[in-house]
Design a protein around this ligand. Structure first.
Ligand code: F6R
Length: 260
């Protein structure tokens, strides 16, 4: 696990650079796309690089991390619509190259199985963008999630619904109670995981993710078992790390040729 503590602009450039390099080496790469506010800077930077002709998504595929259950197809906070607006429609993904779990499926369990099969059929995720919840969730794998979980329905915690009320005009009751999410084992199958987080509210979750024991109580800790994880955090999100000085000096001395 590499931990980079830097200003948000530098973190965004690092993540976008990793995606640009991946697509240059493998134009048909498969990207794992998170929603929420954390990845928005990365998406804006990718759009800038696309407009500058540095990167193309024409052969790439994208898979969403998660989706709310039951939000109407045209609801602006439905994650499929959020991703369309924030990245898919702003670059040259071909239609249907980006898909998400079907939160409107009549048979939810079957939709989850289909989603896992679609990811596998695409060859698996090359690079997964992740955020982290204040309670340590990745995807919507809330505390107590099985560390071996696959895509399935989950119930959001009150804390996550309160955190996400800002996307629903502050109305916590408007935040769906259920979601579909890639499981922790699904996320762990990605070949490279890039997690980005900023702000003091994320500091405890980041402390557990990086320095805590692996536990379903802090689901993100499973990433300690992954061979290629980049944790990109600003100083506020790093404020509870015991190893912060070590991570800073390691990054300062990083060989120039070494990407994320
Ligand atoms: C979003 C997702 C969530 C968010 C997390 C942080 O697809 O899976 O895990 O990454 O809730 O949300 P923000 O970035 O809004 O703080």
């Amino acid at each position: 696990m590499e931990v980079v503590i830097a200003a948000p602009e530098e973190l965004v450039a690092l993540a976008a650079g990793a995606i640009e390099s991946l697509l240059a080496a493998k134009p048909a790469a498969v990207l794992g796309l998170a929603t929420g506010s954390s990845p928005l800077g990365i998406y804006d930077e990718l759009v800038r690089r696309y407009e500058d002709g540095r990167v193309s998504f024409a052969h790439a595929r994208g898979f969403l991390l998660d989706e709310y259950v039951g939000l109407p197809a045209d609801h602006p906070e439905r994650y499929r619509n959020v991703i369309e607006q924030e990245i898919a429609s702003r670059v040259d993904f071909v239609p249907d190259a980006v898909q998400g779990p079907d939160g409107l499926a009549e048979d939810i369990a079957a939709a989850c199985v289909r989603y896992e099969a679609a990811i596998a059929e695409a060859g698996g995720v090359d690079l997964q963008i992740l955020g982290i919840g204040t309670d340590g969730h990745v995807g919507f794998n809330e505390p107590g999630s099985s560390l071996a979980s696959r895509t399935r329905i989950k119930t959001l915690t009150d804390q996550t619904r309160a955190d996400n009320a800002r996307f629903f005009d502050g109305d916590v009751e408007a935040v769906p109670r259920h979601c579909l999410t890639q499981g922790l084992a699904t996320i762990m199958s990605a070949r490279h995981i890039v997690l980005i987080a900023s702000g003091r509210a994320k500091a405890e979750a980041i402390h557990h993710l990086v320095e805590g024991p692996v536990s379903a109580m802090w689901p993100g800790t499973i990433l300690q078992h992954h061979p290629h994880v980049s944790v990109l955090i600003d100083p506020a999100a790093a404020s509870r790390l015991q190893l912060a000085d070590y991570f800073r000096s390691t990054y300062a001395a990083k060989p120039a040729w070494q990407g994320l």
